[in-house]
Design a protein around this ligand. Structure first.
Ligand SMILES: C[S@@+](CC[C@H](N)C(=O)[O-])C[C@H]1O[C@@H](n2cnc3c(N)ncnc32)[C@H](O)[C@@H]1O
Length: 279
């Protein structure tokens, strides 16, 4: 009898201490996730871009409220949130689910949840074709792997990368920040060029273009002979080249180019229609 009373007392004490512990745990705020710089990621570790370089990258891309910015591997969401604060629609693709939740909380805190969204996804399996601006801080080999997909984006799409280049596709602009940044302080900008390689018919002859990313070489054949083009370049869907002392500028719209040509005779319009070659 004594033993069973003692057992009951012990059981009661055990139960009381269990409920006390449970109620204490309930009163404690849930421990918030704290990411660690250098923590493993699926293909790249997490190292945040300094806020100074984030701003420089968005400046280089000339982000406006009409843009749709996508950060590939968005980490703690800082680039997406900064773009949303500029009024752009911004989206982060991040493999680590804790970082995604952390980013959503940060966006809510900054009051930009409507414009800054995040998805837990693998950037290699994600569709980012709707972006007008891509930001990234990945690795050189990942940039190269993504390059064909990036080059197939709409001409004029701006790509900004923290620190890592795109192989032989040279950047259109490079900027380094010194204030507010101690490591990984250089950003590169590329503008996706329209694909113009091939032959184009002009009223006065034929323009043949060879294209290496944004750089062009080629010839203009007219009744008067053949002349090499120079200073030839794409800037998104804008083409520029010089031939025979005349400077051609134009906009590529699918299978046509329309623009103006400036020479010592003045300025006149020109146009061309694709006659052959890769579209
Ligand atoms: C160097 S951090 C850059 C973070 C952020 N973009 C910034 O600039 O502050 C790279 C991020 O990519 C994420 N990541 C790595 N591999 C990924 C993958 N395959 N798909 C999506 N995210 C990935 C990592 O978890 C990490 O947060």
């Amino acid at each position: 009898m004594i033993a069973s009373r003692n057992t009951r007392r012990a059981l009661l004490a055990l139960l009381l201490s269990f409920f006390a512990a449970a109620s204490f745990a309930q009163r404690q705020p849930a421990k918030t996730y704290e990411p660690e710089v250098g923590q493993a990621g699926k293909d790249v570790v997490w190292v945040p871009t300094s806020n100074a370089l984030v701003n420089k990258m968005l400046d280089m891309a000339k982000v406006t409220p009409t843009d749709h910015v996508i950060d590939l591997g968005s980490g703690d969401g800082r680039t997406v949130i900064a773009a949303a604060k500029r009024g752009a629609r911004a989206h982060g693709i991040e493999y680590n689910p804790d970082m995604v939740e952390l980013s959503k909380r940060a966006a809510a805190k900054e009051g930009v949840s409507e414009k800054a969204t995040f998805a837990k996804a693998d950037l290699f399996e994600s569709d980012f074709s709707q972006a007008t601006v891509i930001t990234m801080f990945l690795l050189p080999d990942i940039n190269i792997k993504l390059r064909p997909k990036i080059l197939s984006l709409k001409p004029g799409t701006r790509i900004v990368s923290n620190s890592f280049t795109m192989g032989e596709w040279t950047a259109d602009q490079t900027e380094t920040v010194s204030e507010g940044c101690t490591s990984y302080c250089t950003a590169y900008l590329w503008i996706v060029p329209a694909k113009v390689e091939g032959t184009w018919k002009l009223p006065q002859g034929e323009l043949t273009l060879k294209q290496t990313f944004q750089t062009l070489t080629g010839t203009l054949n007219t009744g008067g002979g053949s002349a090499r083009i120079s200073n030839a370049k794409m800037n998104g869907d804008r083409i520029v080249f010089t031939v025979g002392g005349a400077q051609y500028t134009g906009q590529v719209k699918g299978t046509t180019i329309e623009g103006t040509v400036k020479s010592s005779d003045g300025t006149r319009n020109w146009s061309a229609i694709r006659a052959g070659g890769a579209a």
